[in-house]
Design a protein around this ligand. Structure first.
Ligand code: G6P
Length: 369
């Protein structure tokens, strides 16, 4: 079994460390660097069909729903098409507004999640075009959708999703480039710049993984906390949700993700000297805003674990502990910030002695309602 895990103690850790390669596999063969475009023929949507889309609905469960939330930011920013994100178990019972100009994107690692499959069938029955972002080739969802965009992360065994999530973010970025090029909102130069940023990601992920030992030490310091709060803004808000989900799934510590600007409407009441608050504060357009949210936490005695851009000394001076990752631009930062959050959940769970790869009550794929 140790051999199957490639020398790692758990599949989850192995899969976290596989992320640079997984991302490389997601992008390989798809980039048209000269044209500033990508090739996604398996989606089976022509430029004319893409131009006919008036609205996009993204439907998913669990971790895949978090990647959908990031996808909304990317698509609305670059393609100027309204994007709605829904949880599959809600969508399927909601009488959603869908017609033949709606594109329904479903996201599923396994391609077998019952609620997501039902949502896909419902949208198809109402005339939507459908595309599945899936990891498992030839899964039910991949087969039933009109088109597919495989993530190519390789088999994911750990119940807590890691490399599948990160490759979903990459797939959504590729999808955004393709859609933007087809509808004309992304010009060739922008497409080229987006691709140039993307090809750096595997190398940056390697650097982000170098935080592993430091994260292990931090985990020892906070392992006895009863609750954790995770804060982020914009595209990093879903990453805060995902960080909190990882921690609760495998360590059984209660954790909540929140948009940093919304903290004052509730969670701030929970902050005291016992409360670790993970703050995602990379250098970007809302940096100053998040910094001031972080200061509000510190003023109330909260214990800030800041995840910031490499070389940010200002944050290091203020937070209780700091983890630096090379973020290199705003839009791909969610991918890199995910790494220390995965490692934090992992090391806390190992210290607690839980069954990291098979946490209680959870299944890798929920094929019943
Ligand atoms: C289960 C898994 C999660 C996963 C979710 C959705 O809850 O434990 O890791 O995110 O299902 O799965 P899917 O295969 O549809 O992405």
């Amino acid at each position: 079994l140790m051999a199957e895990k490639g020398g790692y103690k758990h599949f989850m850790l192995k899969e976290i460390f596989e992320q640079p390669r997984a991302v490389q596999d997601t992008i390989t063969g798809r980039l048209l660097e000269e044209q500033g475009d990508v090739r996604l023929e398996e989606m089976k949507l022509s430029d004319a069909e893409l131009r006919g889309i008036s609205r996009i609905c993204i439907v998913a469960c669990g971790t895949s729903w978090h990647s959908a939330l990031v996808g909304k930011f990317l698509m609305e920013e670059h393609c100027r098409i309204p994007v709605e994100v829904d949880i599959a178990s809600e969508f399927r019972y909601r009488n959603p507004v869908i017609d033949d100009t709606t594109l329904l994107l479903v996201i599923s690692q396994s391609g077998e999640t019952a609620d997501t499959l039902a949502a896909l069938r419902e949208a198809k029955a109402r005339g939507a075009k459908t595309v599945a972002i899936c990891n498992v080739v030839d899964s039910s969802i991949a087969r039933e959708a009109h088109g597919v965009l495989y993530t190519h992360a390789g088999p994911e065994i750990g119940v807590a999703s890691t490399k599948a999530f990160v490759t979903q973010l990459v797939a959504l970025y590729l999808f955004t480039i393709r859609l933007g090029r087809a509808v004309g909102t992304i010009d060739q130069a922008t497409g080229r710049a987006m691709i140039a940023a993307l090809v750096k990601v595997p190398g940056l992920l390697e650097k982000a993984l170098e935080t592993n030992e430091q994260v292990e030490k931090i985990a020892r310091r906070y392992v006895n906390a009863r609750d954790f709060l995770y804060l982020g803004r914009g595209m990093n808000y879903p990453i805060a949700l995902e960080g909190a989900l990882k921690l609760k799934e495998i360590s059984y510590i209660h954790a909540e993700g929140y948009p940093a600007g919304e903290m004052k409407h509730g969670p701030i009441a929970l902050i005291d000297e016992e409360m670790p608050v993970v703050v995602l504060v990379p250098k970007n357009s809302t940096y100053e805003k998040v910094l001031s949210n972080m200061e509000e936490v510190i003023a109330r005695g909260g214990r800030v674990i800041a995840i910031c851009s490499a070389g940010d000394d200002e944050i290091a001076k203020k937070a209780e502990v700091t983890l630096e990752v090379p973020t290199d631009g705003e839009e791909l930062a969610p991918i890199l910030l995910s790494v220390p959050l995965q490692l934090l959940a992992y090391h806390v769970a190992v210290l607690k002695g839980t069954d990291v790869d098979q946490p209680r009550n959870l299944a890798k794929s929920v094929t019943v309602e």
